[in-house]
Design a protein around this ligand. Structure first.
Ligand SMILES: [Fe+2]
Length: 290
Protein backbone atom coordinates (compact mmCIF):
# COMPACT_ATOMS: atom_id res chain seq x y z
CA UNK A 1 0.00 0.00 0.00
CA UNK A 2 1.49 3.31 -1.06
CA UNK A 3 1.03 6.58 0.86
CA UNK A 4 -1.49 9.13 -0.35
CA UNK A 5 0.24 12.39 -1.23
CA UNK A 6 -1.61 15.71 -1.40
CA UNK A 7 0.43 18.71 -2.60
CA UNK A 8 -0.25 22.34 -1.68
CA UNK A 9 1.33 25.11 -3.73
CA UNK A 10 2.38 28.37 -2.06
CA UNK A 11 2.50 30.72 -5.01
CA UNK A 12 4.31 33.72 -3.43
CA UNK A 13 7.37 31.56 -2.66
CA UNK A 14 6.98 28.74 -5.20
CA UNK A 15 6.98 26.20 -2.35
CA UNK A 16 5.27 22.80 -2.36
CA UNK A 17 3.93 21.51 0.95
CA UNK A 18 2.85 17.87 1.16
CA UNK A 19 0.44 15.96 3.34
CA UNK A 20 1.30 12.25 3.32
CA UNK A 21 -1.26 9.82 4.67
CA UNK A 22 -1.02 6.13 5.42
CA UNK A 23 -4.34 4.92 3.96
CA UNK A 24 -4.68 2.06 6.45
CA UNK A 25 -4.58 4.18 9.58
CA UNK A 26 -4.98 7.80 8.30
CA UNK A 27 -1.79 8.62 10.19
CA UNK A 28 -0.21 11.62 8.50
CA UNK A 29 2.95 13.64 8.09
CA UNK A 30 3.23 17.18 6.75
CA UNK A 31 6.36 18.19 4.87
CA UNK A 32 7.60 21.78 4.54
CA UNK A 33 4.56 23.88 5.54
CA UNK A 34 4.65 27.62 4.77
CA UNK A 35 3.80 30.59 6.96
CA UNK A 36 2.68 33.63 4.97
CA UNK A 37 5.00 36.59 5.48
CA UNK A 38 4.83 40.12 4.12
CA UNK A 39 8.37 41.53 4.18
CA UNK A 40 7.13 45.09 3.69
CA UNK A 41 5.13 45.13 6.91
CA UNK A 42 6.80 42.31 8.85
CA UNK A 43 3.42 40.60 9.29
CA UNK A 44 2.90 36.85 9.35
CA UNK A 45 -0.30 35.07 8.35
CA UNK A 46 -1.73 31.57 8.37
CA UNK A 47 -4.18 31.63 5.45
CA UNK A 48 -2.03 29.25 3.37
CA UNK A 49 -1.21 26.90 6.25
CA UNK A 50 -4.88 26.86 7.25
CA UNK A 51 -5.70 25.20 3.91
CA UNK A 52 -3.51 22.32 5.09
CA UNK A 53 -5.26 22.35 8.47
CA UNK A 54 -8.68 22.27 6.77
CA UNK A 55 -7.60 19.38 4.52
CA UNK A 56 -6.35 17.35 7.49
CA UNK A 57 -9.51 18.04 9.48
CA UNK A 58 -11.78 17.22 6.53
CA UNK A 59 -10.04 13.92 5.77
CA UNK A 60 -9.51 12.85 9.38
CA UNK A 61 -5.74 12.81 8.94
CA UNK A 62 -4.00 12.20 12.27
CA UNK A 63 -0.82 14.25 12.10
CA UNK A 64 2.13 12.58 13.76
CA UNK A 65 5.02 14.41 12.09
CA UNK A 66 5.76 17.88 10.79
CA UNK A 67 8.91 17.39 8.77
CA UNK A 68 11.31 19.97 7.40
CA UNK A 69 13.64 19.01 4.55
CA UNK A 70 16.01 21.77 5.78
CA UNK A 71 16.09 25.23 7.34
CA UNK A 72 14.71 27.09 4.32
CA UNK A 73 16.03 30.45 3.15
CA UNK A 74 13.11 31.49 0.95
CA UNK A 75 10.01 31.03 3.11
CA UNK A 76 9.08 30.83 6.79
CA UNK A 77 7.86 27.50 8.11
CA UNK A 78 4.37 27.20 9.58
CA UNK A 79 5.46 24.20 11.67
CA UNK A 80 4.50 25.77 15.02
CA UNK A 81 1.07 26.86 13.80
CA UNK A 82 0.33 23.36 12.46
CA UNK A 83 1.63 21.78 15.65
CA UNK A 84 -0.79 23.88 17.68
CA UNK A 85 -3.70 23.17 15.32
CA UNK A 86 -3.10 19.51 14.46
CA UNK A 87 -0.49 18.11 16.85
CA UNK A 88 2.58 16.16 15.77
CA UNK A 89 6.30 16.47 16.38
CA UNK A 90 8.47 18.94 14.46
CA UNK A 91 11.57 17.23 13.06
CA UNK A 92 14.55 18.22 10.90
CA UNK A 93 17.97 16.80 10.06
CA UNK A 94 20.57 16.85 12.81
CA UNK A 95 22.72 19.04 10.55
CA UNK A 96 20.54 21.93 11.71
CA UNK A 97 22.92 22.21 14.67
CA UNK A 98 25.58 23.46 12.26
CA UNK A 99 23.06 25.81 10.63
CA UNK A 100 22.10 27.18 14.06
CA UNK A 101 25.71 27.74 15.09
CA UNK A 102 26.62 29.39 11.78
CA UNK A 103 23.65 31.74 11.78
CA UNK A 104 23.82 32.49 15.49
CA UNK A 105 27.12 34.21 14.63
CA UNK A 106 25.80 35.84 11.45
CA UNK A 107 22.83 37.34 13.32
CA UNK A 108 24.90 38.27 16.37
CA UNK A 109 22.64 36.34 18.74
CA UNK A 110 23.42 35.72 22.41
CA UNK A 111 22.31 33.36 25.16
CA UNK A 112 18.63 33.79 24.19
CA UNK A 113 19.30 31.41 21.30
CA UNK A 114 20.74 28.14 22.56
CA UNK A 115 21.62 26.73 19.10
CA UNK A 116 21.44 23.24 20.57
CA UNK A 117 18.55 21.88 18.52
CA UNK A 118 16.06 22.00 21.41
CA UNK A 119 13.64 24.20 19.45
CA UNK A 120 12.82 21.05 17.47
CA UNK A 121 11.04 18.00 18.88
CA UNK A 122 13.31 15.59 16.98
CA UNK A 123 16.66 15.77 15.20
CA UNK A 124 16.96 13.12 12.51
CA UNK A 125 19.95 11.12 11.33
CA UNK A 126 20.64 9.37 8.05
CA UNK A 127 18.93 6.02 7.71
CA UNK A 128 16.50 6.30 10.58
CA UNK A 129 12.86 5.36 10.12
CA UNK A 130 9.92 7.28 11.56
CA UNK A 131 6.74 5.27 12.08
CA UNK A 132 3.75 6.43 10.04
CA UNK A 133 0.91 4.01 10.71
CA UNK A 134 1.64 0.86 8.69
CA UNK A 135 4.39 2.69 6.83
CA UNK A 136 7.72 4.18 7.69
CA UNK A 137 9.37 7.46 6.72
CA UNK A 138 13.01 6.79 5.88
CA UNK A 139 15.39 9.69 6.46
CA UNK A 140 18.11 10.13 3.82
CA UNK A 141 20.80 12.70 4.51
CA UNK A 142 21.39 14.83 1.37
CA UNK A 143 23.77 17.67 2.31
CA UNK A 144 24.97 20.13 -0.32
CA UNK A 145 22.31 22.83 -0.67
CA UNK A 146 22.54 23.15 3.12
CA UNK A 147 24.29 21.04 5.73
CA UNK A 148 21.01 19.96 7.32
CA UNK A 149 19.23 18.82 4.13
CA UNK A 150 17.40 15.50 4.29
CA UNK A 151 15.08 13.67 1.90
CA UNK A 152 12.17 11.55 3.09
CA UNK A 153 11.19 8.24 1.46
CA UNK A 154 7.72 6.82 2.17
CA UNK A 155 6.85 3.76 0.10
CA UNK A 156 7.55 4.79 -3.50
CA UNK A 157 7.32 8.53 -2.75
CA UNK A 158 10.54 10.50 -2.30
CA UNK A 159 10.46 14.07 -0.98
CA UNK A 160 13.72 15.59 -2.14
CA UNK A 161 13.60 19.07 -0.57
CA UNK A 162 16.00 21.39 -2.38
CA UNK A 163 18.32 18.91 -4.06
CA UNK A 164 16.86 18.50 -7.53
CA UNK A 165 13.98 20.56 -8.91
CA UNK A 166 11.77 19.54 -11.81
CA UNK A 167 14.03 18.20 -14.60
CA UNK A 168 13.84 21.40 -16.68
CA UNK A 169 14.93 23.50 -13.67
CA UNK A 170 18.00 21.53 -12.59
CA UNK A 171 19.29 21.61 -9.03
CA UNK A 172 19.40 23.83 -5.94
CA UNK A 173 22.05 26.46 -5.33
CA UNK A 174 24.97 25.60 -3.05
CA UNK A 175 26.32 29.02 -2.08
CA UNK A 176 24.65 29.54 1.28
CA UNK A 177 26.86 29.17 4.38
CA UNK A 178 27.30 25.40 4.81
CA UNK A 179 26.50 24.69 1.14
CA UNK A 180 28.80 22.54 -0.99
CA UNK A 181 28.33 21.69 -4.68
CA UNK A 182 30.41 18.48 -4.63
CA UNK A 183 28.35 17.27 -1.68
CA UNK A 184 25.12 18.03 -3.50
CA UNK A 185 26.33 16.08 -6.53
CA UNK A 186 27.00 13.01 -4.36
CA UNK A 187 23.70 13.40 -2.50
CA UNK A 188 21.75 13.51 -5.76
CA UNK A 189 23.64 10.56 -7.24
CA UNK A 190 22.77 8.67 -4.06
CA UNK A 191 19.06 9.43 -4.59
CA UNK A 192 19.38 8.35 -8.25
CA UNK A 193 20.19 4.82 -7.03
CA UNK A 194 16.57 4.43 -5.93
CA UNK A 195 14.26 2.48 -8.28
CA UNK A 196 13.57 4.30 -11.57
CA UNK A 197 9.83 4.40 -10.90
CA UNK A 198 10.22 6.17 -7.53
CA UNK A 199 7.93 9.20 -7.47
CA UNK A 200 9.95 12.36 -6.81
CA UNK A 201 8.25 15.33 -5.11
CA UNK A 202 10.14 18.62 -5.18
CA UNK A 203 10.07 21.36 -2.54
CA UNK A 204 10.01 24.21 -5.06
CA UNK A 205 9.11 24.83 -8.63
CA UNK A 206 10.04 28.07 -10.34
CA UNK A 207 8.52 27.20 -13.72
CA UNK A 208 10.57 28.36 -16.70
CA UNK A 209 8.93 29.66 -19.86
CA UNK A 210 5.51 30.21 -18.34
CA UNK A 211 4.58 26.55 -17.84
CA UNK A 212 2.29 25.55 -14.97
CA UNK A 213 3.94 24.89 -11.60
CA UNK A 214 4.53 21.16 -11.15
CA UNK A 215 5.65 19.08 -8.20
CA UNK A 216 6.04 15.45 -9.28
CA UNK A 217 8.50 13.59 -11.47
CA UNK A 218 10.39 10.28 -11.24
CA UNK A 219 13.95 9.13 -10.67
CA UNK A 220 13.99 7.87 -14.30
CA UNK A 221 13.03 11.31 -15.64
CA UNK A 222 15.62 13.04 -13.47
CA UNK A 223 18.38 10.67 -14.57
CA UNK A 224 17.44 11.07 -18.22
CA UNK A 225 16.85 14.80 -18.44
CA UNK A 226 17.70 16.89 -15.36
CA UNK A 227 19.07 20.13 -16.80
CA UNK A 228 22.05 20.16 -14.40
CA UNK A 229 22.57 16.64 -13.19
CA UNK A 230 21.56 13.74 -15.42
CA UNK A 231 23.39 10.49 -16.12
CA UNK A 232 26.75 11.16 -17.75
CA UNK A 233 27.45 14.51 -16.01
CA UNK A 234 30.66 14.26 -14.01
CA UNK A 235 31.16 15.71 -10.54
CA UNK A 236 33.80 18.10 -11.89
CA UNK A 237 31.54 19.41 -14.64
CA UNK A 238 28.64 19.76 -12.21
CA UNK A 239 30.65 21.62 -9.58
CA UNK A 240 32.03 24.03 -12.17
CA UNK A 241 28.54 24.71 -13.58
CA UNK A 242 27.04 25.11 -10.10
CA UNK A 243 29.71 27.52 -8.85
CA UNK A 244 29.59 29.76 -11.91
CA UNK A 245 25.80 29.81 -11.85
CA UNK A 246 25.63 30.50 -8.10
CA UNK A 247 27.95 33.49 -8.58
CA UNK A 248 25.19 35.16 -10.63
CA UNK A 249 22.26 34.51 -8.28
CA UNK A 250 20.72 37.15 -6.04
CA UNK A 251 20.16 36.50 -2.34
CA UNK A 252 16.60 35.16 -1.84
CA UNK A 253 14.05 37.84 -0.87
CA UNK A 254 13.22 36.28 2.47
CA UNK A 255 16.57 34.81 3.56
CA UNK A 256 16.96 37.08 6.62
CA UNK A 257 13.53 36.52 8.22
CA UNK A 258 13.33 32.92 7.01
CA UNK A 259 16.54 31.66 8.54
CA UNK A 260 15.97 33.43 11.86
CA UNK A 261 12.57 31.81 12.22
CA UNK A 262 13.26 28.44 10.59
CA UNK A 263 16.38 27.67 12.62
CA UNK A 264 14.08 28.05 15.66
CA UNK A 265 11.67 25.45 14.21
CA UNK A 266 9.27 28.22 13.20
CA UNK A 267 9.23 30.07 16.53
CA UNK A 268 9.64 33.83 16.44
CA UNK A 269 12.59 35.23 18.42
CA UNK A 270 11.70 35.79 22.09
CA UNK A 271 9.79 39.05 22.55
CA UNK A 272 11.52 42.16 23.88
CA UNK A 273 10.28 43.85 27.09
CA UNK A 274 7.59 45.60 25.03
CA UNK A 275 6.12 42.24 24.06
CA UNK A 276 7.18 42.56 20.40
CA UNK A 277 9.33 40.00 18.62
CA UNK A 278 12.06 41.59 16.49
CA UNK A 279 14.08 40.17 13.59
CA UNK A 280 17.62 41.32 12.99
CA UNK A 281 19.28 42.57 9.79
CA UNK A 282 23.08 42.18 9.77
CA UNK A 283 24.34 45.03 7.59
CA UNK A 284 26.98 44.20 4.95
CA UNK A 285 27.29 40.57 5.98
CA UNK A 286 25.13 38.47 3.62
CA UNK A 287 25.55 38.39 -0.17
CA UNK A 288 28.00 40.14 -2.49
CA UNK A 289 29.15 43.76 -2.09
CA UNK A 290 27.08 46.21 -4.16
FE1 LIG B 1 16.19 25.70 0.33
Amino acid sequence: MQPLVTPFHHKPTGTWTYVIVDPQTTTAAIIDPVLDYDWRSGRTGTASADQVVAHCNATGAKVQWILETHAHADHLTAAQHLRRELGGQVAIGRGVLQVQQTFKKIFGLGAEFAADGTDFDRLLVDGEGLPLGEQSVRVISVPGHTSDSVAYLVGDALFVGDTVFMPDSGTARCDFPGGNAAQLYRSVRHLYELPATTRVFVCHDYPPGGREARCETTIAEQRASNAHLRDGITEEAYVQMRKSRDATLDVPNLILPSVQVNMRAGKLPPADADGVSYLRVPVNVIGRPL
